[in-house]
Design a protein around this ligand. Structure first.
Ligand code: ZN
Ligand code: ZN
Ligand code: FE
Length: 752
């Protein structure tokens, strides 16, 4: 199957033979399309069969000319265009010269070689960088990008560094954060009271020793603090869980290198490319089952994936070289607060968690978390967009005012545009505590001052109680509310440049509907600023409201109760004890604190509970995720009974009664819960395809947090494609609420 991929490469790619290289490679692979240089980087569009395009993407990075260097590599798939040849186009600069701030770039091979060369003056120096690598977004105070306007300003360059910095033939010519052991920042090891124990190489060496002894070390990284411990030690990982009050949510890992990663996980070429990319995100990788793992079972219990990153800063490289073992590298924060960026904050917040602090004196100006990506349906899909990606813009044409989009409530990001360049902020987090709310405000302020913008319009979620909504309304400029699931749909349209009519399938855990009901299984046909809600789940109740998100057995019970009433559900050996359910029964009967919802995420929770997979969720979406993981070893195309009822105005209502009844019957007949989990997913893909057929629009997009579920996403894409639909899903912008601000901003084009 032929596809078109759009690629934007920024970095030292102009004047180094990059265009002829791409031209030759395209012709060798018989790829059609074009390449052009612009002030913003090299733009490429390429059309070919998918496997050829994959090879093209891999070889662009691996075979590139010797003197070229990639500082960012963005790609996304578009509709076929039908190019006849591959051509080098005339440079054009119609995009204008908005000075773009680059993201933080992982250590380049040249710097890495110097760091481990005993004869080099930067041997084992943890702040080595050059024009091609190093911190950017996290150290820039103001534009234009110049050392004086970074947190490196306080370090006066030594004669040798200055000579490199002013020599046009040197790799460090105008490398703004350049430094060396003589003139640059230094690391220190502190105890938990902030008392300095050691500095420089001794500090790193001793931190490594403590990690090997099972201690927890807080490390000041690129975009904030990380908490680090030996991932091979059950005791160390358990201790970190206990101290961080994080009982089950998986921890991210840092592996010494790609070889050790392949010993623990299955790594496809696309996954390897992501791991080794300049963005260096956390990549979700399938754990190998044919090995004895060197990683503690406490790291990600019950999860067939590990979130893995490779060392991306010199400090990480040096530490990992000393250690040579996998480590936990999780956010240095209290649960759900932004990560700490400075020493006073870290000492205060991480007291009682970290035994030691590996700190340094290069200031971090803004928090930027590690990004997370997953390869689904053969493509990279960002789940958390932060380090390595932020603050690169997403282009939306047709914006002629300055607009601020305030985002959602969970996984908040904000967006702000300068013309057609939309700056989507780094991941901010859940706006549930004062620290996150302050971070939300400071990120807005930060982007506004950075690009000297002052919003004329503000867009926000329709939920009246969201902090982001209230903040947006307090600004005193024209404001517009955007329905949550419609923002998801528009976000996906912007992410994939979808043109023309499209059916949006917007499935997630929660979002405020136009009727005040909690929505989450919406099929939407966009009509400019309006949409037609063409299908959704038949509503069900959430006994206890918010409480049911954690006690998901309540949802399972409510689903069964609404079908079977006071019977025992005909469910033998079920998971519902009369002692617990009696009060829920009364809540449902008397309709006390039991709001209705059409949330697909909550249906996942309920089914997870009915199948006995998870009764209590200790973090958001845990029950739904474990329902996906249950499909891991199952291979079936079978699906459950389902029924789609007719709604008003040619709409559809997904009747989940037959589905739940079929689950109960099959459980009672002894069918394995994992098989039923797979059948549940397959049923949803059938339902999507059936409704798409009924609606009859050729293009279908899949958005919302539910489509981070790889089994659901891939199954639905396959069924839709087999039925002749063109299918779109998220690529560079998260399908979850991290993408909402972009969708809100897209919406503003209809109202300004
Ligand atoms: Zn470098
Ligand atoms: Zn120096
Ligand atoms: Fe959502």
């Amino acid at each position: 199957m032929k596809q078109r991929v759009k690629i934007v490469i920024r970095g030292a790619v102009q004047g180094v033979g990059f265009r002829p290289f791409v031209y030759r490679l395209a012709n060798e692979l018989n790829i059609k399309g074009w390449i052009v240089n612009s002030s913003q980087g090299v733009f490429i569009e390429a059309e070919a069969e998918v496997n050829i395009l994959n090879e093209f993407l891999l070889r662009l990075a691996s075979d590139k000319p010797k003197n070229s260097f990639i500082q960012s590599f963005e790609h996304s798939y578009l509709d076929l265009h039908g190019f006849g040849n591959f051509e080098i186009r005339e440079s054009n600069d119609k995009g204008g010269k908005t000075a773009l701030v680059l993201p933080d770039i992982s250590t380049c091979p040249d710097c890495l070689q110097e760091i481990f060369d005993p004869g080099n003056r930067r041997y084992l120096y943890p702040f080595t960088n050059c024009t091609n690598c190093g911190p950017r977004f996290t150290i820039i105070k103001d534009l234009p990008y110049d050392r004086a306007k970074t947190t490196m300003a306080e370090f006066v360059m030594c004669p040798e560094c200055l000579a490199e910095y002013t020599d046009p033939s040197d790799r460090r010519f105008h490398a703004e954060p350049t430094a060396c052991p003589v003139c640059g920042p230094q690391v220190e090891l502190w105890d938990s009271n902030g008392t300095k124990l050691l500095d420089k190489q001794d500090a790193i060496h001793t931190a490594a020793k403590y990690i090997l002894e099972g201690k927890i070390v807080a490390l000041k990284g690129i975009g904030g603090y990380q908490l680090i411990c030996d991932a091979g030690s059950d005791e160390a990982v358990k201790l970190l869980r206990l101290r961080k009050k994080r009982s089950e949510k998986p921890f991210a890992l840092m592996m010494p290198d790609i070889e050790s990663t392949k010993k623990e996980c299955e790594v496809s070429p696309a996954e390897e490319r992501s791991l080794l990319s300049v963005e260096a995100p956390i990549v979700l990788l399938k754990r190998r089952k044919d090995i004895t793992s060197a990683i503690s079972g406490e790291t990600a219990a019950g999860n067939p994936y590990y979130g893995i990153m490779l060392p991306y800063s010199p400090l990480h490289h040096i530490l990992m070289k000393e250690l040579g073992i996998p480590i936990i590298a999780t956010s240095g924060n209290l649960s759900e607060e932004p990560i700490c960026v400075d020493e006073p904050g870290a000492l205060e917040k991480l007291k009682g968690i970290a035994d030691y602090f590996l700190v340094h004196n290069r200031k971090i100006l803004r928090h930027v978390d590690d990004s997370i990506t997953r390869i689904s349906a053969g493509r990279e899909m960002l789940l958390r967009r932060a380090r390595g990606y932020a603050p690169l813009p997403v282009v939306i044409e047709g914006l002629n005012k300055t607009i601020l989009a305030a985002g959602a409530h969970l996984k908040n990001t904000i967006a702000l545009n300068k013309g057609s360049n939309v700056f989507l902020s780094q991941h901010i987090g859940d706006l549930e505590n004062i620290e996150s709310i302050n971070a939300f405000k400071s990120v807005i302020n930060d982007l506004e001052t950075f690009y000297e913008l002052s919003p004329q319009i503000v867009v926000h979620d329709m939920h009246p109680d969201y902090v982001s909504t209230q903040y947006a309304k307090s600004l005193g400029v024209t404001s517009h509310a955007v329905q949550h699931h419609y923002a998801h749909v528009l976000s996906c349209i912007a992410d994939s440049n979808i043109e023309g009519k499209v059916l949006g399938v917007s499935w997630d855990g929660t979002g405020f509907g136009t009727d005040g009901v909690i929505w989450g299984s919406e099929f939407m046909i966009p009509k400019g600023k309006d949409f037609f809600r063409v299908a959704h789940l038949m509503p069900f109740r959430l006994p206890g409201g918010e409480k049911s998100i954690h006690e998901v057995w309540r949802i399972g019970f409510a689903l069964l109760y609404s079908i079977y009433g006071n019977g025992d559900f005909g469910l033998t050996g079920h998971n519902f004890k009369a002692s617990e359910t009696e009060i829920i029964r009364q809540m449902l009967d008397k309709n006390i604190n039991s709001p209705v919802t059409t949330s697909m995420g909550r249906l996942f929770d309920g089914v997870s509970a009915i199948l006995g997979i998870r009764r209590h969720a200790s973090f958001e979406a845990q029950a739904a995720m474990e329902l996906e993981f249950a499909t891991d070893d199952v291979n079936t195309n079978d699906y459950l009974e389902y029924k789609i009822d007719a709604g008003e105005n040619n709409s559809y209502i997904i009747n989940w009664h037959p589905l739940v009844i079929d689950i109960v019957n099959k459980l009672n007949s002894g069918i394995d819960k994992n098989i039923l989990a797979a059948m549940f997913h397959n049923t949803l893909s059938e339902i999507i395809t059936d409704i798409a057929k009924g609606v009859g629009i050729e293009k279908v997009l899949l958005t919302g947090g539910c489509f981070q579920n790889k089994y659901l996403l891939e199954g639905s894409i396959k069924k839709l494609k087999n039925a002749g639909f063109k299918v779109y899903w998220h690529q560079r912008v998260p399908a979850n609420d991290g993408g909402i601000s972009l969708g809100q901003l897209k919406y503003s084009a209809f109202v300004n």
